[in-house]
Design a protein around this ligand. Structure first.
Ligand code: SF4
Ligand code: SF4
Length: 265
């Protein structure tokens, strides 16, 4: 039986920025930030009914640090499902107090998303300040070392035509992070023929901020149904993803798969 290994939970679909590359505003999301009480029954059900999850990613569309229950949710997932957490954040809300609280959970890896450096950063990441980001990330590394934490801190940026040479600027600004990784810019929305079966339909268990089971962790908002703590959630995941996994005609796949950028060079 196929079971997913990655648990992606959109703890918030809201954000304190409005980046020009961000697809959020085009997706018609119902704005919501999760509470611990909303997600606890889901975690309890996974524990009760079984799972094979190994990684927890508490983010999708939105800024996860807007969720005041993020640490509580993460700790509960780790303690009850026995899986490690990988966090992705824009880094703007990493105050010293928040850094200590996150590192105490603990978290395996914190990736900071950055597009551009200096004035380019502020142009691309509306409402965010470059100086604040540099201070926050360097504080994160410093406090991590002081606390003897093993959390990896990395910088992720997108290759954009607007920011040539950004990697060198990022290396100068963040000398003590573990790694600086460039990603292809996501050209979501262009027509293409998906490669079937899509591996994400076997590996990802993705839940949005309104408790919809989604197809995958990509920009898709295609809901496979609402989940709740009374159901056997992995059985529900099986039933809803199986027909898509065995579909061989791309024309019968949900529309989001036809405009997805997965596997596209
Ligand atoms: S910080 Fe991330 S979630 Fe927020 S607007 Fe930018 S790309 Fe979107
Ligand atoms: S939207 Fe893309 S990543 Fe998601 S299931 Fe479809 S082809 Fe796969």
């Amino acid at each position: 039986m196929v079971l997913p290994w990655l648990f992606q939970l959109e703890v918030s679909n809201q954000c304190n920025s409005d980046c020009f590359i961000c697809p959020r505003k085009h997706l018609g999301l119902k704005p919501h930030t999760m509470t611990f009480e909303e997600i606890k029954p889901i975690i309890d059900s996974l524990k009760r009914n079984g799972h094979q999850l190994t990684q927890f990613h508490p983010y999708r569309m939105g800024e996860p640090l807007l969720c005041k229950d993020l640490e509580r949710i993460t700790k509960y997932v780790q303690d009850n499902l026995g899986i490690w957490t990988y966090l992705f954040t824009n880094g703007s809300l990493l105050t010293e107090e928040r850094i200590r609280s996150l590192l105490s959970v603990p978290i395996a890896q914190i990736a900071i998303s950055v597009d551009g450096a200096g004035p380019d950063y502020e142009k691309l990441r509306k409402n965010l300040k470059w100086k604040t980001l540099v201070r926050n990330v360097n504080n994160l590394c410093k406090i991590r070392d002081e606390m003897g934490s093993k959390t990896l801190v990395i910088i992720r940026y997108s290759f954009l035509p607007e920011t040539p040479g950004v990697e060198n600027q990022l290396r100068a600004a963040f000398p003590i992070v573990y790694g600086i990784v460039g990603d292809k810019f996501d050209h979501w929305g262009e027509d293409r023929i998906p490669k079937l079966p899509c591996e994400f339909l076997s590996s990802h268990f993705t839940v949005d901020a309104n408790l919809n089971l989604l197809m995958c962790c990509k920009f898709s908002t295609h809901s496979l149904g609402k989940i709740n703590g009374d159901m056997d959630i992995m059985k529900f995941w099986q039933e809803r993803t199986e027909p898509l996994r065995i579909e061989t005609d791309y024309k019968r796949m949900p529309h989001d798969c036809l405009i997805c950028n997965k596997d596209k060079d």
